[in-house]
Ligand binder design. Structure first.
Ligand code: NAP
Length: 268
C-alpha cells in the first residue's frame, strides 16, 4: 500500500503506540499524526513525548501517557485513559523495547528478567487491557518483534528469548481470537537505524554501553514505520523486514547449521 493512502486507513482512527519517544515508535507516531489519527504516545521520557506532540502540530490529536510498560497498573490506566479520550482503541502497536549485549555466562540475571519484563510482559499487559476495546472496534493489535525473535544470535540471548516469547504470544492469540474480529499481526524488523544499541543493557545491567553493530543493510526508522503501517492497514499476519532479515529467516529454516555460522559472524 503506498504511503499516501495512510490517511484513508488511519484518518480518524485511535492508535496507541508504545515506545513513541524514539526510533520506530516516534516515526510511527509522526506518520499516524499526519494521516489524521488520534495517537496515544507511550514511553518513560515525558519531555520527548511533549516535543513529539508539538511536532505533530496543533491540529493533531494525541494523548501523552508517561510510564513504564512493564508496570501492569500503568498499562491498565494508560489504555483506559486513552480509550476514554480517543473514544476507543482501533489499533494497538506494541513497539516499546530494549536490547542487551553480553555473554550469557557473565550477564547479570536481572538483565534477562528486564528483557522479559519490557519486551514480553509490556506487550502482554497492553494487549490484555486493550482487548475489550479492540473487540468492540474490530481493530488490530500489532507486535513489533525482531529477526532475533525468529533466530537466536550470540550475546543477545536475553533479547532473543523475550522476542521468541512475543512470537509465541502472537501466534496463540491469532488463533484464539480468530472469531473475535480482532486482527493480530507481527512485524520482525531487521537492523534499523535507531537508539536501541546506545541504550542496550550491558552485562552489569547498565545502559549506555554501545552494543556495536551487526553487519548488513540498515533500514531507516521511517521506512520501518511505513512497513508496519502497511502491514497493519492490510491486516497482514507476519512481515519480516530488510533483505538481510528475510535471508536469515529462510536460511534458518532451510539450512540451520549454516544459519548458526552466519549468526556467529554478523554480531561482532
Ligand atoms: N532498531 C533495530 O535494529 C530493531 C531491530 C529489530 C527490532 N526492533 C524492535 O523495534 C522496537 C522499537 O525499537 P527502536 O529500534 O525504535 O529503539 P529505540 O530508538 O531505543 O526506541 C525504543 C522505545 O521504547 C521505549 N521504551 C523502552 N523501554 C520502555 C519501558 N520500560 N517503558 C516504556 N517505554 C519503553 C523507549 O522510550 P523511553 O526510553 O522514553 O521509555 C523508546 O521510545 C523494539 O521493540 C525493538 O526490539 C528494533
Amino acid at each position: 500500500m503506498p504511503t499516501d493512502t495512510f490517511s484513508l486507513a488511519f484518518g480518524g482512527q485511535s492508535v496507541l503506540v508504545t515506545g513513541a519517544s524514539s526510533g520506530i515508535g516516534r516515526a510511527l507516531a509522526l506518520r499516524l499524526g499526519r494521516a489524521g489519527a488520534y495517537v496515544g504516545l507511550v514511553a518513560r521520557r515525558e519531555q520527548r513525548l511533549r516535543a513529539l506532540a508539538d511536532e505533530l502540530g496543533p491540529q493533531a490529536r494525541s494523548t501523552i501517557l508517561v510510564g513504564d510498560v512493564s508496570d501492569e497498573q500503568f498499562a491498565r490506566q494508560a489504555v483506559g485513559r486513552f480509550a476514554a479520550e480517543a473514544r476507543g482503541v482501533d489499533v494497538l502497536i506494541n513497539n516499546a523495547g530494549i536490547s542487551m549485549n553480553g555473554a550469557f555466562e557473565s550477564t547479570d540475571i536481572g538483565v534477562f528478567r528486564r528483557m522479559m519484563d519490557v519486551n514480553y510482559f509490556g506487550s502482554l499487559f497492553f494487549t490484555r487491557h486493550a482487548f475489550p476495546h479492540l473487540r468492540e472496534s474490530g481493530g488490530s493489535v500489532m507486535f513489533i518483534s525482531s529477526i532475533v525473535g525468529k533466530r537466536g544470535f550470540p550475546t543477545r540471548s536475553g533479547y532473543a528469548a523475550s522476542k521468541f516469547a512475543v512470537h509465541g504470544l502472537f501466534e496463540s492469540l491469532r488463533v484464539e481470537w480468530a472469531d473475535s474480529g480482532v486482527h493480530v499481526g507481527i512485524v520482525a524488523p531487521g537492523y534499523t537505524d535507531t537508539e536501541i544499541r546506545d541504550v542496550a543493557l550491558g552485562p552489569d545491567g547498565l545502559p549506555g554501553q554501545n552494543q556495536g553493530h551487526t553487519s548488513g543493510g540498515v533500514m531507516s526508522a521511517d521506512d520501518a514505520a511505513v512497513a508496519i503501517l502497511d502491514a497493519t492497514a492490510g491486516r497482514r499476519r507476519e512481515v519480516v523486514l530488510t533483505l538481510g532479515g528475510k535471508v536469515m529467516v529462510w536460511m534458518n529454516k532451510l539450512a540451520p547449521a549454516l544459519a548458526d555460522r552466519v549468526a556467529g559472524k554478523v554480531v561482532r
